[in-house]
Design a protein around this ligand. Structure first.
Ligand code: F3S
Length: 642
């Protein structure tokens, strides 16, 4: 049986497991990327592993999210990332060099390789034929240390693109159509593989617009074949030697199939407040527009900018519209500055922003109250723009530029002739804003501002553990209870000791103090303990306070995995009624725990205060047993790398 493209790359990188849908597999990671907002934590975790140099083929640290320097915190984070990258063999893309996914496509992506990034839009590189997956910071740290990435073998869904787009219809409309059909949940547990004669007419940046928003489908990743179009792009970037041809076998099998006739598509928009709330622009009608924002990792390529500049040339932005444009990278900005397109944008009244995420991550340009904002971005959740009452529509650069001139949402097909833009045969490729790692890492001193604190690390599991029940909580405790995340605490992402002072305080303000006075101990929880977000800090803060285990009626899946990664033992009551047999302040002990964990899933917790044995279960895979014994994933990876 032939293999599809996704299976071919997975097979090439498979370390363990079987390529059977739904089974756990482990793959080797060739490249990693981080951005600054998740990067600080990923590098703190990597440092904690004690591995001197990254073991990937290439790892890159980008600064593109928190580029606003209203206080010292962001600037401190940037300097820390720059120096830690230099020390450990990571390339550093300086602030101003561009959005991680745009720059990675231009300068680093290689067809057929695997890329793990601590950003959900990492699949953008699938436009180049990479198997590119977004993951948590710890997963990326482990990959940098040479560890595999574990995932559930996804289904592979083939999307066949037929025919050619009409003028004024663009790649953005293709992915909006896929979102309309599949919805924001439709891609969960799947890889979306694009095929068909229609892909030949799409350049690599256009393909990347489509794979970028595969994240909004909830897909593991999206991928295009690597063909002559890919070769032309890499050649124009001066990297033709990175090209390899990649295509599915002729008899490849897919789990699902979908077909889209490109010639039938019309300009589309995702209405507030979901990327799958898609309708034809002409059917939405001419609503008044207050703001137009062009850029983001979805639509900020050279070709996108050229289309916008050609539409704006000789025109003036409507007096009621604020038009902001953020070119995706220094390369794009340099090229439009040199060929005069930037001057056309400025002359028309556009406000030019630095090459960064900017308004997409809420760094400035919040629209006015009740505003209608047209954005070429990938997400329009309520409040993401910074203004709760704003109505954000996701559109193509063409719809955005035309509407900026008319002042109302406009179907560009009514606007005249569509701009023609060719991909250049040569991009201006100057990597002077990418700092290569220091050849001798040992000599680099890592600069840690006051906000950068070492990462808490557990110890190897001892054969007997014991201590006090530090807190007993009810059912449905969320990660927000365990580790609150509010605007006040957000700048302390890289300062776990500070954050730990707020751990479980919504349940009991004295918990952190009590935990420290007792040198750690145990938590007792009800059902569904740790529901909510995937926040790693909800396990790191208890670890910082010395928590050794949590005994609950049941756990939320992701929080349980995060506890295991921190070396904190998640235990469930064998008899739920035993929840009543254990109280705050009770002294417990678990004897001979290593043998008990190795030989099965049942442990005996001795409640010394109440003189009662409480049977509990631990449900761990073989690998998770090793992680718990090593004292967490970081220690485990450290051991494996030796
Ligand atoms: Fe940045 Fe927005 Fe993309 S925050 S990485 S431009 S989704």
């Amino acid at each position: 049986m032939g293999l599809n493209l996704a299976q071919k790359i997975i097979k090439e990188h498979l370390i363990s497991g079987e390529m059977v849908e739904g089974k756990e597999i482990a793959i080797r990671i060739d490249q990693t990327l981080t951005q600054d907002s998740t990067g600080t934590m990923a590098y703190l975790q990597f440092e904690a592993m004690g591995i001197p140099r990254v073991k990937t083929k290439k790892s890159v640290a980008y600064i593109d999210h928190n580029t606003l320097q209203a206080g010292f915190e962001n600037a401190d984070d940037h300097k820390y990332i720059q120096t830690v990258a230099a020390k450990h063999g990571v390339y550093f893309s300086r602030p101003g060099n561009g959005i991680c996914h745009q720059v990675h496509l231009e300068r680093f992506g290689v067809p057929g390789m695997t890329l793990l990034g601590s950003d959900s839009h990492t699949p953008t590189a699938g436009g180049l034929g990479m198997l590119a997956i977004g993951a948590g910071g710890l997963d990326v740290a482990v990959a940098m240390g040479g560890g595999p990435y574990y995932l559930t073998m996804p289904k592979v869904c083939k999307v066949t693109l037929k025919g050619k787009l009409r003028p004024w219809v663009s790649a953005k409309d293709i992915i909006l159509e896929v979102l309309r059909i599949m919805t924001v949940k439709g891609g969960v547990g799947k890889i979306i593989e694009y095929a068909g004669d229609g892909i030949k007419s799409l350049t690599v940046p256009e393909r990347a617009t489509i794979t970028n928003m595969g994240a909004e489908l909830g897909a593991t990743t999206s991928i295009f074949p690597s063909d002559e179009v890919t070769r032309e792009f890499l050649k124009a970037q001066g990297r033709e030697e990175d090209w390899v041809e990649l295509k599915p076998d002729p008899d490849a099998v897919y789990d699902e199939e979908l077909e889209i006739d490109l010639s039938s598509l019309e300009p589309l928009a995702a209405k507030p407040h979901s990327p799958d709330n898609v309708e034809k622009v002409k059917d939405i009608g001419k609503i008044k527009v207050d703001q137009v924002a062009i850029g983001s990792c979805t639509n900020s390529s050279f070709m996108d900018m050229m289309k916008v500049a050609k539409i704006l040339k000789g025109k003036t932005v409507h007096p009621d519209v604020s038009l902001v444009i953020a070119p995706g990278s220094k390369q794009v900005l340099t090229m439009i500055a040199k060929n005069g397109a930037l001057a056309d944008m400025v002359a028309a009244g556009a406000r030019i922003l630095e090459s960064a995420c900017g308004p997409c991550i809420g760094m400035g340009q919040a629209p006015k109250t009740n505003a209608v904002s047209l954005r070429t971005f990938n997400r329009n959740f309520e409040g993401r723009s910074g203004t709760k009452s704003a109505q954000v529509y996701l559109v193509s650069p063409e719809v955005a530029a035309v509407s900026a001139i008319t002042g109302v949402l406009t179907n560009p097909e009514e606007f005249g002739e569509a701009p023609q833009v060719e991909m250049p045969s040569e991009f201006i490729a100057d990597d002077n804003m990418i700092v290569p790692p220091a050849p001798e890492g040992e000599e680099v001193e890592v600069v840690r501002g006051p906000n950068i604190k070492p990462f808490p690390l557990n110890k190897e599991l001892e054969n007997e553990i014991g201590g006090k029940i530090l807190i007993k909580v009810e059912d449905n405790i969320t990660t927000d209870h365990i580790m609150p995340s509010n605007a006040k605490l957000l700048p302390y992402r890289s300062n776990v000791p500070y954050l730990a002072e707020y751990c479980l305080t919504p349940c009991d303000p004295d918990f952190p103090k009590r935990a420290k006075e007792n040198n750690g101990g145990f938590i007792v929880g009800g059902s569904n303990y740790g529901q909510g977000s995937s926040r790693e800090h909800a396990a790191l803060a208890p670890l910082q306070l010395g928590v050794k285990g949590v005994i609950a009626k049941s756990f939320a899946r992701i929080h349980m995995a995060n506890l295991i990664n921190s070396g904190i033992i998640p235990m469930t009551f064998e008899n739920e009624g035993d929840y009543d047999e254990i109280d705050m302040g009770d002294e417990i002990v678990i004897e001979n725990i290593i043998d008990q964990i190795k030989s099965g899933s049942r442990l005996i917790v001795k409640n010394k205060t109440k003189n009662k044995d409480i049977p509990v279960n631990v449900s761990l895979s073989e690998r998770q047993v090793e992680i718990i014994l090593a004292g967490g994933l970081i220690n485990y990876t450290k051991k494996q790398s030796k």
